[in-house]
Design a binder for this molecule. Structure first.
Ligand SMILES: Cc1cc2nc3c(=O)[nH]c(=O)nc-3n(C[C@H](O)[C@H](O)[C@H](O)COP(=O)(O)OP(=O)(O)OC[C@H]3O[C@@H](n4cnc5c(N)ncnc54)[C@H](O)[C@@H]3O)c2cc1C
Length: 399
C-alpha cells in the first residue's frame, strides 16, 4: 500500500479528514481535480460559531471574513424585520461569514502541515476495492491505500462507484456574488435598506421559493446573493426551478433597493445541487474500505441547507474511525452525532413548508424566533430543542 488513506476531494470535508488523519499518524494522500488553490465553490459561506465546539484546532481568526449577529427577515421582499441573535447571557450570538476559497485553502494547509500529501489537477475516475485495500484511478495514474474517503461533493464519483447513496435526492441553489461597498445606513433607514446593507446581518426572504428561501450574506467587498429550493416538490416545479430561484433573487435584491447587475457588470450566476439529508443511510461499504463525508454523504441540514460545518464534522469523525481501524462503526458514529438533529430539522422543515406564511408570522418574524436561532448558532440549544419549542408554540400560539 502506498498510503493508509486516500481522500478524494479537498473541500471542507476532505481537507478536515486529511488533516485529522495525518495528525493521528496516518499516511494520507489528498486529491482534488482543481488545478490550483484557492479554488471557487458556489456557497453562501455562513458557518455557526458552534463549529469550534466540535472540532479541535480551528483558528477562526484565520478564516473569518465578517461576523454576523443579526437576521433581517422579509416575506416576498416586503415588511422587513431586523432582529438580534443572542446567547443566553445576552451577548450577541455569531454566525461567521467565510470566503470559501480562503476557508478551504486554510483547511488544506492544515492538512499539509500535519503531513498529508496534496495532489491537485487529479480528477478521480474510478475506484477498485479488493480484499487488501482500494485502488484509486485518475486517467493513467493509480494509487493504492487501505481506505478511501469520498469527499468529492454533491455529485461525487466515489460513492457511486462503491454503491453508496445511489437513491440520493438533491435540492438546488443559484448564487451570484455582487461587488459591494458598505456605507453607513441612511439615517431614515436605520436597518440598512436602500443601498446600505449591514455588514453584520444576514438577509433572508421567504415565500418566493416553496421549500426554500433567498438570502444575502455579506462578505468583505461583496455580497453573496442566492436562493435555494431544498426539496423540489414535484417534477413540474423542478422544471421551473431555475426561473423560480432567479425570481426570488430579484425579489431579495429588490427588498434592499438593489437591482440585479446586467450588461458588462453582470456577475457569473452559479447553479449547484444541495444533497440534503433525507434520513440515515449507510455511509461506508460493508467491508469498511470506503467512507463518505460531507456533501458526498448527504449531510446537509435540511432546514437551512447548511453543509459546511457538517462536512468538517464528518471529516473529523471519519478520521477517528480510520485511525482506530473501526471504519465499520463510522455510519453509527455519524448517526449518534447527527441523526437526531437532522431528523428534527426534517420534521420542522415539513411543518414550515406546509404552512409557510403561518410559520413565518408566528416563528420567523417573531424576535423570539431569531433569538432561538442565535442560541442554535452558538450551540446552546439543539435542533431537537427548536422542534419542541415550535410544537409548544403551535399548541399554544398566544403563550
Ligand atoms: C449556492 C449554495 C450556497 C450554500 N451556502 C451555504 C452556507 O451559507 N453555509 C453552509 O454551511 N453551507 C452552504 N452550502 C452547502 C456547502 O457549500 C456544502 O455543504 C459544502 O461545500 C460541502 O463541503 P464538501 O467538502 O463536502 O464538498 P465540496 O465543498 O463540494 O468539495 C468537494 C471537492 O471535491 C472535488 N472533487 C469533486 N469530484 C472530484 C473528482 N472526481 N476527483 C477529484 N476531486 C473531485 C471538488 O473539486 C471539490 O474541491 C451552500 C451550497 C450552495 C450550492
Amino acid at each position: 500500500m502506498n498510503f493508509d488513506v486516500i481522500v478524494v476531494g479537498a473541500g471542507p470535508g476532505g481537507a478536515t479528514c486529511a488533516w485529522k488523519c495525518a495528525e493521528l499518524g496516518l499516511k494520507v494522500l489528498l486529491l482534488d481535480r482543481a488545478p490550483s488553490l484557492p479554488r471557487y465553490k458556489p456557497c453562501g459561506g455562513g458557518i455557526p460559531s458552534s463549529l469550534v465546539r466540535h472540532v479541535e484546532g480551528l483558528e477562526p481568526e484565520k478564516f473569518i471574513d465578517l461576523t454576523v449577529t443579526k437576521l433581517r427577515h422579509t416575506w416576498r421582499g416586503k415588511s422587513p424585520v431586523l432582529a438580534e441573535m443572542t446567547c443566553r447571557d445576552g451577548k450577541p450570538a455569531e454566525v461567521w461569514m467565510v470566503q470559501r476559497p480562503r476557508f478551504d485553502t486554510y483547511l488544506v494547509e492544515k492538512a499539509k502541515s500535519a503531513g498529508a500529501v496534496l495532489r491537485l489537477g487529479v480528477k478521480v475516475s474510478d475506484i477498485t476495492v479488493t480484499y487488501e485495500g482500494v485502488t484509486v484511478t485518475a486517467g493513467e495514474e493509480n494509487w493504492t491505500a487501505r481506505y478511501v474517503v469520498g469527499a468529492d461533493g454533491a455529485k461525487g464519483i466515489v460513492g457511486a462507484r462503491a454503491g453508496l447513496r445511489l437513491g440520493k435526492r438533491w435540492g438546488i441553489a443559484r448564487e451570484v456574488e455582487i461587488p459591494y461597498e458598505y456605507a453607513p445606513p441612511a439615517p431614515d433607514h436605520p436597518e440598512g435598506t436602500r443601498g446600505a446593507i449591514l455588514r453584520d446581518a444576514c438577509y433572508l426572504d421567504y415565500g418566493s421559493v416553496k421549500n426554500g428561501y433567498a438570502w444575502i450574506f455579506p462578505k468583505a467587498g461583496y455580497l453573496s446573493v442566492g436562493a435555494g429550493m431544498l426539496v423540489p416538490r414535484q417534477p413540474k416545479a423542478e422544471q421551473n426551478v431555475g426561473m423560480i430561484l432567479m425570481d426570488a433573487i430579484h425579489t431579495m435584491l429588490g427588498s434592499v433597493g438593489m437591482i440585479y447587475p446586467t450588461g458588462m457588470d453582470a456577475p457569473k450566476l452559479w447553479a449547484h445541487p444541495i444533497p440534503f439529508w433525507t434520513g440515515m443511510e449507510p455511509l461506508a461499504t460493508k467491508d469498511g474500505r470506503v467512507l463518505l463525508v460531507g456533501d458526498a454523504a448527504g449531510v446537509v441540514q435540511p432546514l437551512f441547507g447548511e453543509g459546511i460545518q457538517y462536512a468538517v464534522r464528518t471529516g473529523a469523525i471519519a478520521a477517528q474511525q480510520l485511525a482506530a481501524n473501526t471504519t465499520l462503526q463510522y455510519t453509527e458514529a455519524v448517526k449518534t452525532e447527527l441523526a437526531g438533529e437532522f431528523d428534527a430539522a426534517l420534521r420542522v422543515g415539513k411543518v414550515f413548508h406546509r404552512t409557510p406564511y403561518l410559520s413565518y408570522r408566528l416563528g420567523v418574524k417573531n424576535p423570539a424566533g431569531t433569538k432561538l436561532v442565535g442560541r442554535l448558532m452558538s450551540g446552546e440549544v439543539s435542533l431537537e430543542h427548536l422542534e419542541q419549542r415550535i410544537y409548544d408554540k403551535l399548541k399554544n400560539p398566544f403563550k
